[in-house]
Design a binder for this molecule. Structure first.
Ligand code: PRP
Length: 218
């Protein structure tokens, strides 16, 4: 395919998009329009490099990439695991580092130890189910929540939660702790499988350049 086609990026609104754009700037890829905070535009174009960027809600980024509406996406590993979309995960960008953990009050550790049929509140039911059923071989009841997950064990909705821990301060301030680590998380680059074949030269070049900057930072 010719270089005339635009490569489209789907980025997660917020901090991940900002960090991704900073990284691309270091490759000489800029998108001034995107920095205008008053703009209501949804799609931004870099004519020089034939690139387009759009901002989406985190969990929707893998969806855009699976369907080919975006060739490339940057999303947290949490979202990639939870959405389970057919995309190629090709690069760990190393920022947005945190952990997916099973958390609760200290006393809840015995429910894990004895593999009891407990209730697990989470925004990530797929990750929680996979962890409890396939790694721990423990049958549990998963309760899907949409935020402020730490509330669940405090008010008696569940014994434990599966949630993201970054600094650990939300847990500490609410008398909870990490009981087990499920997996480490960070921002990843994902690619549509068809784009990977049709635009392999441009995508591979971009990945090589990104890897070399990330290496310099190590
Ligand atoms: C996330 C996560 C924890 C918190 C962890 O919540 O769900 O609650 O951040 O960060 P910490 O370890 O640095 O305290 P977020 O702020 O995204 O809001 P939410 O509760 O609506 O999910």
């Amino acid at each position: 395919m010719s270089d005339d086609r635009y490569l489209t990026f789907a980025l997660c609104k917020g901090r991940l998009a900002k960090q991704t754009l900073e990284l691309l700037e270091r490759l000489g890829i800029t998108c001034e329009e995107m920095k205008d905070k008053d703009s209501r535009k949804l799609i931004f174009v870099n004519e020089e490099h034939r690139l387009k960027f759009f901002l989406a809600k985190g969990p929707d980024v893998p969806t855009y990439v699976e369907y080919g509406a975006a060739d490339i996406g940057v999303a947290g590993k949490d979202v990639i695991l939870e959405e389970g979309r057919k995309v190629h995960e090709v690069l760990d960008l190393g920022f947005g580092r945190c952990r997916m953990c099973v958390c609760g009050p200290r006393e809840a550790a015995r429910h894990l130890e004895h593999r009891e049929r407990i209730r697990v509140a989470t925004k990530y039911p797929r990750i929680a189910k996979d962890y409890f059923y396939n790694s721990r071989h423990q049958t549990v009841e998963i309760i899907k929540l949409n935020g402020s997950i730490e509330l669940a064990p405090i008010v008696g909705l569940s014994e434990v939660i599966v949630d993201i821990v970054e600094t650990g301060s939300t847990l500490r301030e609410n008398g909870l702790q990490v009981l087990e680590e499920v997996c480490p998380l960070s921002a990843r680059v994902i690619v549509n499988p068809v784009s990977m074949r049709l635009e392999s030269r441009r995508i591979k070049e971009l990945l090589v350049n990104l890897r070399s900057i990330l290496k310099k930072e190590d």
